[in-house]
Design a protein around this ligand. Structure first.
Ligand code: C5P
Length: 251
């Protein structure tokens, strides 16, 4: 999908490393070895419950910080959790679940902006997770969502967009549709990235870096294809090369 809209997002693709690693010492070894081949680090439940947010100071350096906690609760609770994350971590991105509903999404966006304003720091982007990339149609049906994953992602993305979020998380299989429907400005963050031939593990809706970018992704999230690689710096470099090539192709 190379069209007029996408030219306005060309050149803005970030590679976030998902730091789903139990041993903090291993994180401290792997990160410096990746140098310029990643733009940001993504810490989620695994990192925060295992190591604690205080450990971020030791590894953050100049990387963009993506706090992937996928908040999903009543609006008041989510707003207070967002406030605490902004205050303690000064993140660039925080995730919430779109399925938490419009009121929850709006209160999260508002609280992020207000707390950042109180602290005189840039507000983080509030990003809504649509449908986890580990789920496909049968899984959705099991939890009572009758739609296909594509239709479900679209519905949740529209809700999130209309609630004022800065972007959504989707798989590479939906990114083209969301770019076409939601326009050039929304941030589309894509996990489930697998270079050709890499193991899927628990992910079901996977895509190559190249395809996700050609379809309009602004950010890629990669964990195991780099962390589990026999040579992580080389794996990150190869993915970064594919990103650079794909960004050139979509200009
Ligand atoms: O190791 P892998 O590349 O599969 O890691 C993907 C990362 O992206 C994980 O940290 C996971 O929590 C996150 N993620 C995802 N699917 C979503 C949202 C986030 O896989 N829909």
């Amino acid at each position: 999908m190379l069209d007029q809209q996408q030219s306005s997002i060309a050149g803005k693709v970030n590679l976030f490393l998902a730091l789903d690693i139990d041993e903090f010492d291993k994180i401290k070894v792997i990160l410096p070895s990746l140098e310029a081949n990643i733009q940001g680090i993504k810490v989620g439940l695994e990192f925060l419950y295992m190591h604690g947010w205080q450990k971020l100071i030791e590894i953050r350096q100049n990387y963009q910080l993506f706090i992937d906690v996928k908040l999903h609760d009543i609006p008041n609770t989510v707003a207070k959790a967002v406030r605490a994350l902004v205050r303690n971590c000064h993140p660039n991105i925080i995730t919430v679940h779109a399925a938490g509903g419009g009121a929850m999404l709006k209160s999260a966006v508002l609280e992020a902006q207000e707390e950042a304003y109180r602290l005189s720091i840039p507000a983080p982007d509030l990003i809504a997770v649509t449908v986890l990339t580990s789920l496909e149609k049968n899984d959705l049906n099991d939890i009572g969502w009758p739609n296909s994953s594509l239709a479900q992602v679209l519905q949740l993305a529209k809700l999130a967009f209309n609630s004022g979020v800065n972007g959504v998380v989707c798989s590479g299989q939906e990114v083209g549709l969301l770019r076409a429907v939601l326009g050039p400005k929304i941030r589309l963050i894509v996990p489930g990235i697998r270079p050709t031939g890499d193991a899927a593990f628990d992910q079901k809706r996977i895509t190559t870096p190249t395809q996700a970018i050609l379809d309009g992704a602004t950010d890629l999230v990669v964990g195991r294809p780099i962390i589990n690689a026999s040579n992580p710096p080389r794996a990150a470099q190869l993915i970064q090369q594919q990103i650079t090539d794909a960004v050139c192709r979509r200009v």
